[in-house]
Ligand binder design. Sequence first.
Ligand code: GRG
Length: 294
Amino acid sequence: MNFLEKLKIWQELINYKLDQALPAAQLRPEQLHLAMRHSMNAGGKRLRPILVLAAHDIFPGNIDPVPAALAIECIHTYSLIHDDLPAMDNSDLRRGKPSCHKAFDEVTAILAGDALQPLAFDILSSSYSEDPQLALDLINILARTAGSEKLVGGQMQDLLSEGSTPNEKTLSFIHANKTAAMIEASLQMGFRMGCEGQDMEKLSLIAQVGNSLGLAFQAVDDLLDVTQTSEQLGKNAHHDNESGKVTWISLKGEKQARRLAESHSENALQALVLVGGETKFLRELIEYMLKRKS
Ligand code: GRG
């Protein structure tokens, strides 16, 4: 099976399992469950779940990585729903569909995002209860990543910096926490499930891969914002400029941003070599993400 075939199979698996894991649409209150489903099923790339599966396969064990993959997608989707709200990024379009507060209303979108957070931890605690240490480790990685020092902190700093020109250090803080932390956590969670004993020390190496990959992902995201159309992206293009957001492009220009994406991607590939194990798919994924068009 080649890279693209495997990617498609995993995306379909995640979509199918997410559908099963979400509360049924007809459960009361229907509007809330419909809104959760609207955003979860709107067609994201499922990058973070796929990173969980790929990292698990480096040193595969007997543990099913799919629930952990679903959990991280719940947190990611909640963050997108809340990011799109008028009080934050005020975006009408997400994953090619009306954003949650446009399809429903603001209150429903806030609560749909709220509900996806405990769902992530419910999935982890119930799916890995036979190995309590594993369950705790996965919950710990995800909870810390989603909290005020990483995902939420990165978002807060991003919003605080709007309309001003943050220095490079602040921009790096935003990208490391708003974007790279979740990518790092995906790889750490997947790797934690596969590795045993001697491989545990490699957890910090896989975190380095995730950090570099996440920074590359953000630089590519900034480039796509200026080079692609809204139809191609499934979200509003040229949004960074219009909302006064500072990116590497506004700070250093398109050429430098492209160079930055390439060097972070290269760093990720180099750190991956040190991890060892079966990394072919992950390597191809890192290269694919650099060339992605949406
Ligand atoms: C509300 C706490 C909170 C955080 C929001 C996700 C986020 C933080 C902001 C979205 C804006 C943005 C450009 C973030 C950085 C890159 C990113 C996370 C892009 C979206 O991820 P993709 O491209 O999306 O993987 P899909 O829809 O494919 O899952």
